[in-house]
Design a protein around this ligand. Structure first.
Ligand SMILES: CC(C)(COP(=O)(O)OP(=O)(O)OC[C@H]1O[C@@H](n2cnc3c(N)ncnc32)[C@H](O)[C@@H]1OP(=O)(O)O)[C@@H](O)C(=O)NCCC(=O)NCCS
Length: 190
């Protein structure tokens, strides 16, 4: 998906880097160039991370930056990002996602298909907003927090770091860091 976001914006994807698929094999018609060790021996590249695990994406981004690579920020041609919104380095915005006025999105965030990030939301680094999830105006998400498919965080609600909000849940006001919550209204999963 991330490769197709990059392509949709008119850029060329050279190929994939993968530790589990042999070099020379093709994925989506593109070559697998090598593994992480291969990339560590290459000159500076712009990289797009297709890694869903928020913590792993954070760790790998730091490792790649230390090798001189740059995490690119990519927006699908059919997404809407307000000119007054901010996207951190390495953030990827998928098709039909909407990011409205003065939203501040951290680094390495995934804004998945058709999600909505309303005006003045603040999203921590390496968060993930799943397909069709909605963050109401001025909602806040902590670092590495995952908002599940179709979930809603109401306007002005605050969610801490490293939370998981289950698919379809509705967060009314607040969730502490490290909590997994499900349901309507969202309650901590024991
Ligand atoms: C919340 C979630 C992380 C919990 O996963 P888990 O820890 O494996 O939990 P389990 O599947 O063991 O379910 C535990 C209990 O929570 C309930 N539950 C799980 N997810 C739920 C949800 N989204 N809404 C309501 N209840 C849910 C289960 O029915 C179960 O209840 P029970 O104990 O009464 O039987 C997961 O179900 C979820 O919603 N993940 C989001 C996935 C997603 O959006 N991915 C996006 C990819 S792009």
């Amino acid at each position: 998906m991330v490769a197709e976001v990059v392509q949709s914006s008119g850029l060329v994807v050279e190929g994939f880097v993968d530790d589990f698929v042999a070099p020379g094999e093709r994925v989506l018609g593109l070559p697998v160039l090598g593994n992480a060790e291969w990339l560590s021996r290459q000159g500076p590249r712009v990289v797009a991370l297709g890694i869903g695990d928020n913590r792993k994406r954070e760790v790998l981004t730091a490792a790649l930056a230390a090798q001189g690579h740059t995490p690119g920020t990519f927006v699908h041609a059919r997404a809407w990002v307000s000119p007054t919104a901010q996207l951190g380095a390495g953030t990827v915005v998928m098709a039909h996602a909407t990011v409205n006025a003065e939203a501040r999105v951290g680094r390495g965030v995934i804004l998945n298909t058709a999600c909505v990030v309303e005006h003045e939301c603040v999203l921590g680094d390496y968060a993930h907003v799943s397909p069709n999830a909605v963050l109401g105006g001025r909602a806040k998400l902590g670092a590495r927090t995952h908002v599940g498919i179709g979930a809603t965080v109401l306007n002005l609600a605050t969610v801490g770091d490293d939370c998981v909000i289950g698919g379809g849940a509705v967060v009314l006001k607040q969730l502490e860091s490290g909590v997994t919550a499900v349901g309507v209204p969202a309650r901590r999963l024991r």
